[in-house]
Structure formats: structure tokens, C-alpha cells
Design a protein around this ligand. Structure first.
Ligand code: NAD
Ligand code: WQD
Length: 336
């Protein structure tokens, strides 16, 4: 059985990926410092897959702890999710974001090098593109100056991994996720936003659940079909499966260069108003919302060209927006 390390494996995307890894037959060890997740997720994963992953409560910024951890196990691949991810918080606390996301990654890369480990998957983001000049966005689109310290940590992350690949015999894949949403069909794992959600879907589900009074739609004056901004919303289970394809590509040495980048999205753009309408239709809930001014830093439109992932990873999305929104609502209802 191949042994896979998943950093940040108790988080939103990590937990869904651990489930898919175990279903595919991998053994999984998680390290997570629980800064944005709960230990209960471990039991939930077990109740879905009948297998409990290994777990270590370790902060990847703690070099000594990381070093001792790597003394105990050997890995055939590493999926690196552990990072802070709030765009707005990163503007308030840039130092923490660089510390956690960049130094944490550098610590991990040092251990990978020292122990001759290989096969790294990195969680990157569509945020590296900013407002792209052409849509859909291909992997060749220019990376614009980052709109936030968070975005910058992802650009730097890709860069230092690329450099490690060039100098250390490392094979790595960066997956640039578009907008991950939804939850596992069991509603046992999902997204756990701390405090007031910044992202659209948790705000929608919390409003429908009565936790928030009203959803604010940020801007109705964008040059789009209905005036609201457009994004590429991908079901988290489809996203999780993309990690399995990428990992198998590396393990089976099918990669064409030692650092590769793939967009992971649906290829379809959906507006904020379309999200609201679809949510109302699939859940039979009426959503209380109002139009307010644009949120600063938001781009008009972003959706992926997924041709490369389809051709090279043999991966495509299988789930619909309707399924994703329904699963997010089922998950929300279990949180009450
Ligand atoms: P999440 O916050 O749910 O999961 C991240 C996990 O990492 C959490 O369990 C947290 O406790 C852990 N963690 C954070 N810092 C750590 C540290 N120093 N040491 C150990 N563990 C640490 O986030 P997510 O939505 O699952 O995102 C996973 C990855 O995907 C992140 O790298 C994020 O930047 C990236 N990403 C997320 C999105 C999104 O919209 N959710 C989009 C693009 C990219
Ligand atoms: C989606 C749309 C908002 C909330 C962010 C990060 C990105 C990536 C994914 C990590 C936008 C609108 C939102 C609300 C609204 N994360 N909206 N009312 O901004 O596309 O991407 O998450 O890498 O880096 O920037 O996602 O869910 O915040 O917003 O109208 O209360 O919904 O303006 O058009 P975004 P989002």
C-alpha cells in the first residue's frame, strides 16, 4: 500500500481528498495543527471509509516537530493543503500569511530534500491569475501582480516548488483550484468557516439557515450577463478526485516535466444571481438578499479552461452545480 502524507488533511478540501485517497487504496497520514479544523473530522472520515487515517497534531512552521515526524515514516507522495486561506484576513495580517504559507512550505521542502522524498501536490489557486485578459483562463495566462498577500503566498509557493524541482530531483504538480464548494454526500464532512463567512456559498447556506439575516450581493454593475460577477464553482468531491489523478501521474512517472501546473475547475462560469436562483430551486428555500456595492479586489469574471487537466490527468468533473449546492445545504442543516 502506498503511504501518502496529507498536510492540512482535516480541513475542507483535505478531508474530502483523504476520503478519496482511502477509497482508492492509499494509506494516509495527516498532519494538521487544527488552526482551522476540528479533531472530530478524523472520526467522520473513518465513518465514511471504515479506515482511520494516521494523525499528528503538528504545525508545519515548527521545524523541530516536523523533523521528528519525518523520522517516523516514509512516504510515496505528499499532498500539501496546510495554509491560511482568507483573502481579507491576509490583508490585515500579511506577516502571518507569509510565515504560515511560505515558511511552512519551505520547512516541508527542506524535509522532502533531506529525506529524498518525491511526488508533491501543491494547493494553488485561481487567485494567482487576478483578472485574466482572456476567458476561459488557460495555464499559460500571465500571472498578474497578486491582489492580496494570500494570493502572493500562492505565487511564491509555486515559484519555490518549481525551483526545488529544478535543483533537487523533485517532481511536483500545482493544482490551481477555482471556487471549491459543496460537501460529501454523507454530509459527514464539509466546510467549517470560522466566524462570518467571506465566501459566497457558506454565506448563502447560513442565510438560508437563519444564522445570517441577509446575503449581500457584491455589485450588480459588472459587464456580465446579469451584472453580477462570474466564477467557476467546482464540487469539492470532483476537486478531491483531481488530486488522486495528479498523484497517480507522479507515482507512475507519467509527468512530462518535473513541475507541472493544472487548472481545476468546471470550465463553466456562473453568476452570483444564478447561484442564488439555483440554490432556491434545489433547496426550496427563499433567500433573503440585497444588492450592495462591489467588494474591493473582486475580479469581474474567472473560469477555467480545463483542457489540459482533461488531456493529461484524464480527469473531468462529474457533479453538477445543483448537486454541489444541495450538498452544501445538507451539510449546513447538520450544523444546527
Ligand atoms: P482549510 O482551512 O479548511 O484547511 C486547511 C487545513 O490546514 C486546516 O485544517 C488547518 O487547520 C490546517 N493548517 C493551516 N495552517 C497549518 C499549519 N501551519 N500547520 C499544520 N496545519 C495547518 O482550507 P481549505 O479550503 O481546505 O484549503 C486547502 C488548501 O487549498 C489551502 O492551501 C488553500 O489555500 C487552498 N485553496 C483553497 C481554496 C478555497 O476556496 N477553499 C481555493 C484555492 C486554493
Ligand atoms: C464569489 C463571488 C463575490 C460573498 C475566493 C478567493 C480565491 C479562492 C476562492 C482560495 C464573488 C460574491 C461573495 C458574499 C457575494 N480561495 N459574493 N456576497 O472571491 O471568487 O475567491 O475564494 O484560494 O483566492 O479570492 O470567492 O466565494 O468569496 O466570492 O456577492 O457574501 O460571490 O463578490 O463575485 P472568490 P467568494
Amino acid at each position: 500500500m502506498k503511504n501518502i502524507l496529507v498536510t492540512g488533511g482535516l480541513g475542507f478540501i483535505g478531508s474530502h481528498t483523504v476520503v478519496e485517497l482511502q477509497k482508492t487504496g492509499f494509506r494516509v497520514v495527516i498532519i494538521d495543527n487544527l488552526s482551522n479544523s476540528k479533531i472530530e473530522v478524523l472520526e467522520q472520515i473513518k465513518s465514511i471509509t471504515n479506515a482511520k487515517p494516521g494523525f499528528y497534531n503538528i504545525d508545519i512552521c515548527n521545524k523541530e516537530a516536523l523533523k521528528s515526524f519525518f523520522d517516523t515514516e516514509k512516504f510515496d507522495g505528499i499532498i500539501h493543503f496546510a495554509a491560511l486561506k482568507s483573502v481579507s484576513e491576509s490583508v490585515q495580517k500579511p506577516k502571518e500569511y507569509f510565515e504560515n504559507n511560505v515558511n511552512g512550505l519551505a520547512n516541508l521542502l527542506a524535509e522532502i530534500k533531506n529525506r529524498n522524498l518525491n511526488n508533491l501536490i501543491f494547493s494553488s489557486s485561481c487567485t494567482v491569475y487576478g483578472q485574466a485578459d482572456e476567458l476561459p483562463i488557460t495555464e499559460n495566462a500571465a500571472l498578474k501582480p497578486a491582489e492580496s498577500p494570500y494570493g502572493e503566498t500562492k505565487q511564491i509557493g509555486e515559484k519555490i516548488i518549481n525551483e526545488s524541482c529544478a535543483s533537487n530531483n523533485l517532481d511536483a504538480i500545482a493544482l490551481r483550484y477555482f471556487n471549491p464548494i459543496g460537501a460529501h454526500e454523507s454530509a459527514k464532512i464539509g466546510e467549517l468557516p470560522l466566524g462570518v463567512p467571506q465566501n459566497l456559498i457558506p454565506y448563502v447556506t447560513q442565510t438560508a439557515a437563519g444564522i445570517r439575516e441577509q446575503l449581500s450581493v457584491f455589485g450588480e454593475d459588472y459587464p456580465t450577463k446579469d451584472g453580477t460577477a462570474i466564477r467557476d464553482y467546482i464540487h469539492v468531491v470532483d476537486l478531491a478526485k483531481a488530486h488522486i489523478s495528479a498523484l497517480e501521474r507522479l507515482i507512475n512517472k507519467k509527468n512530462k516535466s518535473n513541475f507541472e501546473v493544472f487548472n481545476i475547475g468546471t470550465g463553466k462560469g456562473t453568476s452570483v444571481l444564478e447561484i442564488i436562483q439555483t440554490f432556491e430551486k434545489v433547496t426550496n428555500q427563499k433567500l433573503n438578499y440585497k444588492i450592495v456595492k462591489r467588494r474591493s479586489g473582486d475580479v469581474t469574471s474567472a473560469y477555467a479552461d480545463t483542457t489540459l487537466a482533461f488531456n493529461e490527468l484524464n480527469w473531468k468533473t462529474e457533479k453538477t452545480l445543483e448537486e454541489a449546492l444541495k450538498s452544501a445545504w445538507n451539510w449546513q442543516q447538520k450544523q444546527l
